[in-house]
Structures are given as structure tokens and as C-alpha cells.
Design a protein around this ligand. Structure first.
Ligand SMILES: Cc1cc2nc3c(=O)[nH]c(=O)nc-3n(C[C@H](O)[C@H](O)[C@H](O)COP(=O)(O)OP(=O)(O)OC[C@H]3O[C@@H](n4cnc5c(N)ncnc54)[C@H](O)[C@@H]3O)c2cc1C
Length: 400
């Protein structure tokens, strides 16, 4: 390798986590943009299969930074919980549904316009840590170039190369998803009104998760993002791979869609669980490289808020020289996102696991439960009184 470019921070991954970290470093922490590099192995706009639901929490963090989302979007005006023929509906703002290809490209372009050295189409291939007077990292890229950085933010998502290269332990189990887009059908009663559907019938089919129908802007009109999320919690007999696809096939058939006729895309997700690690010496993990919401399988807003905290702690590390990021991990866990992620890891078992029937019944039948879920989703903390009422309602549904 020949030239070695020098930076304060190298961010690996230009998704929402990477862009948010870069933008916060520059706009909030006052780090010189030319001292920050973002590497992404994909060239943007890149394809990112995703349902694209962004909680209001993420939009608020961007807006506080002066970043407006201008790509086409559909407002999420509320949610429906489905089980068999039963429907529970609650109206309340939740955020927006965007197309990831456009959204991620817009965020990364904003960082580039701010002066950050954005190198898309150039991935991380190898990383070497050095100690002593020139402590930091040498990163070798897929274009055979070398970069030196004092600190690294690993924002390279579910398959995080940085984690692999640094030997960071993975959670025991990963979630599984399938996603597809279709035109709107007569059966999509909620879509036209901007409602997002969570169909819990699939749990009775043996799945630990939900089937979704979300409105999405495609080809200039509102179409439907559909898919299935399997949290893959603990059950040894829980479906995986092809059997998740079988459950999806039955959910689609109930909507009159033949699974053989659609283009499916399978994915794995890394859940945020209580034992998740947020850093190793000189490196912070951000976004899905750290972990995402185990109940919803979502992580865009979480990645954006984590980027804010990562930037704060990277900036502190730059002035103190300390490569330790315990305080970052503590801050993440204490933040709205961190509390949600931990609550969500706890909740997933109580909703989808063998003891989940009363909780699912409660969500289906109770306006209180759904409106609390919507407020929680968009990043609000629930008052003690609300939590108490939820506890009482759930207890009552044990005997319903
Ligand atoms: C099917 C599906 C549906 C989903 N639906 C939703 C949803 O509706 N709402 C929601 O909030 N979340 C959803 N998620 C989760 C969401 O996609 C992730 O939480 C989100 O993408 C995390 O953002 P990130 O920036 O951490 O990672 P990513 O967006 O995955 O970005 C990581 C980036 O790192 C790059 N990269 C990877 N390896 C390297 C390398 N070696 N060198 C350089 N760059 C590299 C990748 O090219 C990528 O651009 C869904 C996920 C799936 C799979």
C-alpha cells in the first residue's frame, strides 16, 4: 500500500448510523469535516431492502441537527393489530415510511456536502490497531488504499466486517426477515389511510414475530411493503429459513398473493440484547453493528440516535486521548433508544414467546395498549400511571 491518508475518525458504513455519526461530529461536536472519513463498500444510492418505517424519534434527532428529510415519504398515521379476522386500530402519528435507497443516499450526501470525506464504493478489508505514541488504527480498503485514524466507528450493519475483523462476539441468535413490495390490493384496508399493519396471526403459525403491511412510496404512488419478522428467540422448534418462508406464504395467501409470484429477499438482523457490547478499545459500535430492536426488528431511528451519542464520545476521546468508551455504552443504555432496546429485548419474549397470548390479546383489544405502544414507538416515555394501567390491563387479559 502506498499513500496513507490520516483522519481523526474513520466511520465504516454509510447507512443511517454512519451518516448520523459523521453529521453529529461535524455539526454538533465541531470536528473539522476533513478529519472524518466515511467508508462504504457500496456505491450510493445503494439498494437497501427494508420496510423503511422511521420512528419520529429518529426524525426529531435529525431535525435538531438541521437535517430535513426531503425524499418521498408516507406519514404513518396509526397502526392496526391483526389476528385472524379480528382488528384493533389506533390512530396517532408514528413517523414516516421512506425508501431506504433514497433516504440513506440523502443523509450521506448531506455529510459529503458538509465536507466529510465520503468514500462510497470503498469498503473495509483489514484493520490493524497500533499502540504507543501513534495509537490508532490502520484500515486497508477494498481499493487497496490505507487510512490511518485515531478512532473508528463501526457502523457497518448486520454483517459488520469491523466486528468480524476485531473478533467481537456475536449474540447467540439472530432475527430473520423477508421483505417484498407489491401494488395495493382491495384487502389493504389500512394502507390508503396511512396505517401500518402488524399481523400477529403468524405467531399461532409457530413464528416469533409478526407479518407487516406498510404503505410505501414507489414509482410515484403509494404501494405496499410486506414482509415477515421472526425474532428467533429461544424455542428450539421455532421455524427458521424455509419454514419462515412457509409462514410468510400462508400470510400472503390470506391476502390473495401467491408467494411463487413475488420476489422475496431474506435477511438476518443482529438484536440488541442486555449483553450486547458497545465498544472495544478505540472503537464504538453504532446502529445495527451494535444491535436493533428485538420486538419490532427495526433500527433506523435507533441508529440515528446512537450516531449522536457516538459522536459525543468520539469527540471526547479525541480531546482526552482515551480509547475507552464505557461512558458511551452507559449513555446509550440510559438514552431513549437504549431503554427502548432493552425493554424491547425483554418484551419480545413476553409477546411472541410461549407465554405471549395474553399480551397479544391485550394489544388486539385495548386502545390503551395500542396508543401506549404508538407513543413508545415514537420515542415517548410512558408515565408511571400509564405503566400501572398497562400492568392492570395485561393482568386482566390473563383471565379474559
Ligand atoms: C427486511 C428488513 C426490513 C426492515 N424494516 C425496518 C423498518 O421498517 N424500520 C426500521 O427502523 N428498521 C428496519 N429494518 C432494520 C434496518 O434496516 C436497520 O436497523 C438499519 O439499516 C440499521 O442502520 P445502520 O446504519 O446501522 O446499518 P445499514 O443501514 O445496514 O448500513 C450499513 C452500511 O455498511 C456498509 N458496509 C457493510 N460492510 C462494509 C464494509 N466492509 N466496509 C464498508 N462499508 C460496509 C453497507 O454497505 C451499508 O451501507 C429492517 C431490516 C430488514 C432486513
Amino acid at each position: 500500500m502506498r499513500d496513507v491518508a490520516e483522519y481523526d475518525v474513520a466511520i465504516v458504513g454509510g447507512g443511517p448510523a454512519g451518516s448520523s455519526t459523521a453529521l453529529h461530529l461535524v455539526r454538533r461536536e465541531g470536528i473539522r469535516p476533513a478529519r472524518v472519513v466515511v467508508l462504504d463498500k457500496a456505491r450510493f444510492p445503494r439498494d437497501k431492502p427494508c420496510a423503511g418505517a422511521v420512528s419520529q424519534l429518529g426524525l426529531d434527532v435529525l431535525s435538531a441537527l438541521g437535517v430535513a428529510v426531503t425524499v418521498p415519504s408516507v406519514a404513518m398515521k396509526g397502526a392496526r393489530v391483526l389476528q385472524g379476522d379480528a382488528v384493533g386500530e389506533t390512530v396517532g402519528p408514528m413517523g414516516v415510511v421512506i425508501r431506504r435507497t433514497e433516504f440513506d443516499a440523502e443523509l450521506l450526501e448531506t455529510a459529503r456536502r458538509d465536507g466529510v470525506d465520503v468514500r462510497d464504493g470503498e469498503g473495509l478489508r483489514a484493520i490493524r490497531r497500533s499502540d504507543g505514541a501513534r495509537a490508532g488504527f490502520t484500515l486497508e480498503t477494498t481499493l487497496g488504499r490505507a487510512i490511518r485514524a485515531r478512532f473508528v466507528a463501526a457502523a457497518d450493519g448486520a454483517g459488520s466486517t469491523t466486528r468480524k475483523l476485531l473478533g467481537i462476539r456475536e449474540p447467540d441468535r439472530k432475527g430473520h426477515l423477508y421483505v417484498l413490495d407489491t401494488a395495493r390490493l382491495d384487502t389493504d384496508a389500512g394502507i390508503a389511510r396511512g396505517l401500518v399493519d402488524f399481523d400477529l396471526s403468524v405467531v399461532e403459525d409457530g413464528l416469533e414475530g409478526y407479518y407487516w403491511d406498510f404503505p410505501t412510496m414507489l414509482d410515484g404512488g403509494v404501494q405496499v411493503s410486506r414482509g415477515i419478522y421472526h425474532a428467533n428467540l429461544t424455542r428450539p422448534d421455532a421455524p427458521s429459513g424455509d419454514s419462515v418462508k412457509d409462514v410468510l406464504g400462508r400470510a400472503l395467501a390470506r391476502r390473495g398473493i401467491d408467494i411463487a409470484e413475488v420476489k422475496l429477499r431474506p435477511f438476518s438482523t443482529r438484536p440488541f440484547v442486555p449483553r450486547s457490547t458497545g465498544w472495544v478499545k478505540g472503537v464504538v459500535l453504532v446502529g445495527e453493528a451494535y444491535g436493533i430492536d428485538q420486538t419490532t426488528g427495526e433500527g433506523i431511528a435507533q441508529a440515528i440516535e446512537m450516531g449522536r451519542m457516538a459522536a459525543t464520545h468520539l469527540a471526547r476521546a479525541l480531546s482526552s486521548g482515551s480509547p475507552r468508551f464505557e461512558a458511551y455504552e452507559r449513555d446509550v443504555r440510559a438514552s431513549t433508544t437504549g431503554r427502548h432496546l432493552l425493554q424491547s429485548a425483554w418484551m419480545a419474549r413476553r409477546v411472541y414467546g410461549p407465554i405471549g397470548r395474553p399480551a397479544r390479546r391485550f394489544l388486539l383489544r385495548s386502545e390503551l395498549a395500542r396508543s401506549a405502544a404508538i407513543r413508545w414507538y415514537r420515542g415517548e416515555s410512558l408515565s408511571t400511571a400509564t405503566q400501572l394501567r398497562l400492568g392492570l390491563g395485561l393482568a386482566a387479559s390473563l383471565f379474559a
